[in-house]
Design a protein around this ligand. Structure first.
Ligand SMILES: Cc1cc2nc3c(=O)[nH]c(=O)nc-3n(C[C@H](O)[C@H](O)[C@H](O)COP(=O)(O)OP(=O)(O)OC[C@H]3O[C@@H](n4cnc5c(N)ncnc54)[C@H](O)[C@@H]3O)c2cc1C
Length: 245
């Protein structure tokens, strides 16, 4: 994987939900290269453990504007039982040194959309859309209809709701796959994100769908969207495949 490599330090760890951490990193900017990214991209964290180099990819969760203002790069990490990165960052103190390479990925936004824009993410898969918030505001102000469809198992796993609340002109749907009751006034739905497609009046001519998160969800969504007539160029995706080095 190409991309510049930067020395970094963990600045702080925050608990976003019982199973999700937000990690903020300070990057050491070399004279030759400075870290810049486009909202929607991801980085690779590289760290040594037991004499072995591990590499794990994470979507950047804050906006480029926020990174420039604070000097901190944020990612959201969904804790996996027995996971190497999960175990490390659950305990890592501020100041822990590692390397960060990137940015990578093409889950980025153009300046205009011909139709409606649907942003679909499961779990930490909504992090890249949080990074896009300033751009989403501009697009929405220009008239693009935007719907964010978030998927979690349980209500308490939901993250970043307060950040998206800054964008009241967007529509939201939170799908809770393991809750038996939902609050419809709060735009909650039972089931999975892909169950929402029928209600969204997708136009196969010009709507665009972004998908981010677990690979199974993305494959299911792509099949359903293709069945509804969307072409490959109308579907952008970032799969959170496990690296397991
Ligand atoms: C482009 C890209 C972007 C990504 N962005 C994010 C992100 O923003 N946030 C995020 O949390 N993750 C993201 N991931 C996944 C991330 O890179 C790691 O795979 C994940 O954090 C697990 O790493 P770990 O070292 O804790 O677990 P590992 O040591 O890699 O895995 C331990 C065990 O858990 C299993 N496992 C790993 N992940 C999961 C899972 N999610 N669910 C169930 N079982 C699992 C493995 O198969 C293995 O058996 C992304 C992946 C890619 C490719």
């Amino acid at each position: 994987m190409p991309g510049s490599l930067f020395s970094a330090k963990l600045y702080k760890t925050e608990q976003l939900s019982a199973n999700t951490l937000q990690l903020s990193f300070e990057l050491v900017q070399d004279e030759g290269a400075s870290f810049n990214f486009i909202a929607g991209q991801f980085v690779q964290l590289q760290f040594e453990m037991d004499g072995k180099l591990h590499k794990r990819s994470y979507s950047i969760a804050n906006a480029p504007e926020d990174y420039k203002a604070t000097g901190l790069l944020q990612v959201a990490l969904s804790l996996v039982s027995g996971g190497v990165a999960s175990g490390l960052f659950q305990k890592a103190p501020a100041g822990t040194e590692l390397s960060i390479s990137g940015p990578f990925g093409a889950l980025t936004l153009p300046d205009t959309f011909p139709g409606q824009l649907l942003l679909v993410g499961t779990g930490t898969g909504i992090a890249p859309y949080r990074s896009m918030i300033p751009q989403l505001k501009t697009l929405s102000d220009k008239g693009t209809a935007i719907t964010v469809v978030k998927g979690f198992r349980y209500r308490e796993e939901s993250i970043y709701s307060e950040d998206f609340a800054q964008l009241p002109n967007l529509k939201y749907r939170t799908c809770l796959s393991r809750e038996s009751t939902v609050n419809t006034a709060n735009h909650e739905y039972t089931g999975h994100v892909q169950d929402q497609f029928d209600a969204l009046n997708l136009n196969p001519e010009n709507d665009v769908v972004y998908l981010c998160g677990n690979p199974g969800m993305i494959d299911d969504c792509v099949t359903l969207l293709r069945d509804r007539g969307l072409s490959p160029r109308q579907i952008k995706r970032e799969k959170y495949v496990y690296s397991g080095h």
